[in-house]
Design a protein around this ligand. Structure first.
Ligand code: CMC
Length: 428
């Protein structure tokens, strides 16, 4: 017999189903609670609330485990390409050679932007935030492909839209950078793989092609893989909430980009570098910053530390940290920010405040140092996160549609004024 939970409230008992995931994650299913009892549950920030059953990504925060479709992140990081991981996350299985080559061809086909779409970049004022450009342009792309607006999760239409988004996001990101520095746009090169093509569009100049470096390309591919999905985080939950109204893939994902922008989520990778720069230039000791982070009378936080789910090391942070060494060695360079980051991490590991709250470096702590080494400008870091997260958003959009989930519509407990009579303006 399956396990049940009993809730005793208001002098009555309610029996609730208990469900268990494939990794033994336990859940009390309260879907019928309000209808049967009149009670709702309260969980701001959704720390204890499951919104779906999902087959895509597994995170065990207590033990620092992350798996995409069952494959440990450590294996994937070393052995896979980003395009393989896109296919794995979206379709559920590792692609064979034939499927992969078809997928790569679709990405190459969709990489160029419609010439009218290119002109829209010129309409953004100088210095526009790249995340604003990205979310606006992703919605705009849909205007040039009205046929894909009606697409749901099955068949050729979905495959085409998914490939289109995965490819166009890279071109849009590179073009927004080129516009921001006033340099001509570089057309995508179909002969280059995903990361190399992005670097070419970012850094090639009319008479000087970007010089390919396999170590840098591999590091960028690793960055994208590590950001590819992370179950029900803020932006993915946003994509799902928008998609639950049966909104199309473009608008759902453009909303995800906006959610990612915030400094507590994807924007933290910019925050980390600004924090490390500040430590470097201020000349103040690291302890000063630790004290500020611990002081409850101000909002200062150590950027790149802490996580809702991980109460142990974020495995992505360790992998990134090691990759930073590889890239700096390849470039024969040192980065003073890395030394500061290492010292900061070491101090937090010995500090009761951070130990007792399980605050460890998260994915954003070393990712910025890696992007710096690759040559990506600071204001593009969160855009890079968005490119990486695209397959996860698409996979979650598809799963929600496949499962025909109900529209997202949380309840509230009203705490405002009780009924009162309207007072006409002249009497107020
Ligand atoms: N520095 C100092 N104190 C912290 C930090 C931090 N970075 N993070 C959490 N705390 C403290 C917090 O003040 C609270 O203390 P107390 O129990 O005394 O009130 C306790 O730790 C729990 O924090 P919380 O805010 O309840 O945790 P949360 O799960 O709501 O927030 C978080 C998670 C990631 C938003 C938060 O840790 C944070 O703001 N970190 C800094 C921003 C950051 O690096 N974000 C990237 C997250 S990982 C990638 C991604 O998802 O985008």
């Amino acid at each position: 017999m399956s396990e049940k939970a009993t809730l005793s409230v208001g002098g009555k008992e309610y029996e609730l189903d208990v469900t268990v995931g494939s990794e033994n994650e336990k859940c009390i299913d309260i879907q019928k609670l309000r209808a049967e009892s009149g009670y709702i549950t309260m969980d701001p920030g959704f720390g204890n609330t499951g919104s779906c059953y999902s087959d895509i990504t597994y995170v065990d925060g207590a033990n620092g485990i992350l798996r995409y479709r069952g494959y440990p992140i450590e294996d994937i990081a070393e052995k896979a390409s980003f395009v393989e991981i896109c296919s794995l996350l979206i379709y559920g299985e590792l692609p064979n050679a034939e499927i992969l080559s078809k997928f790569r061809r679709a990405l190459a086909e969709h990489a160029p932007l419609h010439t009218s779409l290119e002109k829209h970049f010129a309409g953004f004022p100088q210095g526009s935030p790249p995340m604003a450009i990205l979310s606006a342009m992703l919605n705009l792309v849909s205007c040039f492909h009205p046929d894909v607006l009606e697409v749901y999760s099955e068949g050729h239409g979905f495959d085409r839209t998914a490939a289109l988004l995965l490819s166009k996001v890279r071109t849009i990101a590179a073009y927004s950078y080129r516009m921001s520095i006033g340099r001509p746009l570089n057309q995508p090169n179909p002969n280059l793989d995903y990361s190399a093509n992005f670097l070419h569009m970012m850094f090639s100049e009319p008479y000087r092609e970007y010089e390919a470096n396999p170590v840098i390309e591999k590091a960028l591919s690793l960055f994208l893989i590590l950001h590819a999905d992370h179950e029900q985080n803020c932006s993915t939950s946003t994509v799902r909430a928008v998609a639950s109204s049966r909104a199309n893939l473009f608008s759902s994902i453009a909303s995800g980009v906006c959610a990612l922008w915030g400094p507590l989520h994807g924007g933290a990778n910019v925050g980390v570098i600004k924090m490390l720069e500040d430590i470097k230039t201020s000349g103040r000791p690291i302890d000063h910053y630790l004290d500020m982070a611990k002081d409850k009378s101000n909002d200062y936080r150590l950027m790149g530390f802490g996580h809702r789910v991980y109460k142990n090391f974020d495995p992505r942070s360790r992998i990134l940290r090691n990759k930073v060494d590889v890239v700096l060695k390849e470039l024969n360079r040192k980065d003073p920010l890395l030394d500061i980051a290492l010292e900061l991490e070491e101090k937090t590991l010995k500090d009761d405040y951070f130990i007792s709250r399980n605050l460890y470096p998260n994915v954003d702590f070393y990712s910025g140092i890696l992007l710096r080494a690759i040559g990506i400008p600071l204001d593009m870091y969160t855009v890079m996160f968005a490119i990486g997260r695209m397959p996860g958003w698409i996979a979650n959009w598809r799963e929600l549609h496949d499962q025909r989930l109900r529209i997202a519509r949380p309840r509230q407990v009203y705490t405002g004024a009780t009924e009162r009579s309207f007072i006409p303006l002249e009497e107020r």
